[in-house]
Design a protein around this ligand. Structure first.
Ligand code: SAM
Ligand code: SF4
Length: 424
């Protein structure tokens, strides 16, 4: 999401005469697009600000912090940098840059109920030119008790469906072969157009119809909201990739209630069952938080048993990081000792390693349709690319280019990769 936001920022700035440089020594303006989701993300940015200040000592350079950390820390950051701009204020960056003076730093952290940057064509910063992000909504209305996002990104708003389709059409016309629709909770996408509402399943259909050759992915799904209609729509279209990122956070219904996730263990398992009954080969990945407030050993074990039951393909796994201002920071003490949290996280990571291997082993002998991303990192004679399920495949090259489609058969696996031979 931040990559896509940076692309929006670049578009706004290019329209105002700025150009991108990858060389920090050459830059007149340095902007860091930031994340506040966990404390360590913010700590890294403080480190970067110190590096930027070294540049400032050498020459007259403007330093700006944009995104969630700008929104969260506001005036505190303004003491350290020249520009502070929140996620809804990117259109005003040219004015902020115009107004900034050594003794007059500039700030805009107003959150909006409407801003979706719908009319801005992001300037793609990816290198391969085949895969692009499309933001379909902004903000979040689910106040999960541990999460800072609703405070930094504001209320949920859905972007005009026609501008989303137009962006996908433009990408296809420019040679892109894959789009990923982005939102904090894509299942609650609901755009009210003049000719009626468009929900997420309908939006998926509209984007899939842009071209049968365009692969469509999306993230993130919320277990409480993912509907049968979305699952059936995915199944109906070959070009909608069969992968759902479905963050569970915990396997304990007590923790889920305290996290305010609005589903319990049974509900989550039922959704997984439903997905697999309609799309048996659908990839399912997740996010897990270890050591949330009051988590007992029994709660932790419930997370492990759920992971064993579901056998996720992969997972993002985090130690709980208390975020100031969230409901949990006010109501629930961050009371799991650091070493217990770390031990639980390590156990979760180790188990997921075994589950990823198990999930991959099931693919041996199966045929995969893979979109080439480029040469494999380990062997230039081989290519790598993702199957519909989002699993990474490695296979011998016959000179194909990024974006080409190959049919392969899985020979052997590691926990991270399917090692394949050519079928064609
Ligand atoms: N909107 C998505 C959802 O609800 O699943 C995910 C949003 S968040 C950017 C990505 C992940 O960060 C979450 O799924 C959660 O696992 C993790 N996360 C959020 N707040 C956290 C916190 N305070 N401490 C640790 N991990 C956190
Ligand atoms: Fe945060 Fe929950 Fe919204 Fe995801 S759904 S962004 S975890 S508040």
């Amino acid at each position: 999401m931040n990559v896509n936001d940076s692309e929006v920022i670049l578009s706004v700035l290019q329209d105002n005469g700025y150009a991108l440089t990858e060389d920090i020594e050459e830059a007149d303006v340095i902007l860091a697009n930031t994340c506040s989701i966990r404390d360590n993300a913010e700590q890294r940015i403080w480190g970067r600000i110190d590096q930027f200040k070294i540049q400032k000592k050498k020459r007259n350079v403007v330093i700006g912090i944009v995104g969630c950390m700008a929104e969260r820390l506001k005036d505190e950051l303004l003491k350290a940098v020249d520009i502070v701009a929140g996620p809804d204020s990117y259109r005003t960056l040219p004015q902020l840059l115009e107004a900034v003076r050594p003794d007059a730093p500039q700030i805009n952290v107003l959150l909006s109920h409407e801003e979706t940057y719908a009319d801005i064509s992001p300037v793609r910063m990816d290198k391969n030119g085949i895969s692009a992000f499309i933001s379909i909504m902004r903000g979040c209305n689910n106040v999960c008790s541990y999460c800072i996002v609703p405070y930094t990104r504001g209320r949920e708003r859905s972007r005009d469906a026609h501008t989303i389709v137009r962006e996908a059409q433009e990408l296809w016309a420019n040679g892109y072969k894959e789009v990923t629709l982005l939102g904090q909770n894509v299942d609650s996408y609901n755009w009210e157009g003049q000719d009626g509402n468009v929900n997420f399943a309908q939006l998926l259909e509209m984007v899939a119809a842009v071209n049968p050759g365009l692969r469509v992915r999306f993230s993130t799904s919320h277990p409480k909201d993912i509907s049968d209609e979305v699952i059936h729509t995915m199944a109906k279209h070959d070009n909608i990739c069969k992968h759902i990122h479905l963050p569970v956070q915990s396997g304990s219904s007590i923790m889920l209630d305290k996290m305010r996730r609005k589903y319990d263990r049974e509900w989550y398992l039922e959704r997984v069952e439903k997905i697999r009954s309609v799309m048996p080969d659908c990839g399912i990945t997740t996010d897990v938080i270890a050591g949330f407030s009051g988590e007992t050993e029994q709660d932790h074990q419930a997370t492990l048993t759920l992971m064993e039951q579901v056998v996720f393909d992969s997972a993002f796994m985090f130690a709980y990081s208390e975020r100031p201002g969230t409901l949990a920071s006010k109501k629930y003490p961050d009371d799991i000792p650091y070493d217990v949290k770390t031990a639980r996280l390590n156990e979760i990571i180790a188990l997921q390693g075994r589950m990823s291997l198990k999930s991959n082993e099931k693919e041996i002998g199966k045929v995969m349709t893979v979109m080439v991303e480029g040469p494999s990192k380990k062997n230039k004679e081989e290519l790598c690319g993702r199957a519909s399920s989002n699993k990474m495949c490695v296979f011998p090259s016959r000179g194909e280019q990024p974006g080409d489609i190959c049919q392969v058969i899985v020979d052997s696996v590691t926990s991270a990769t399917l090692i394949c031979r050519r079928l064609d």
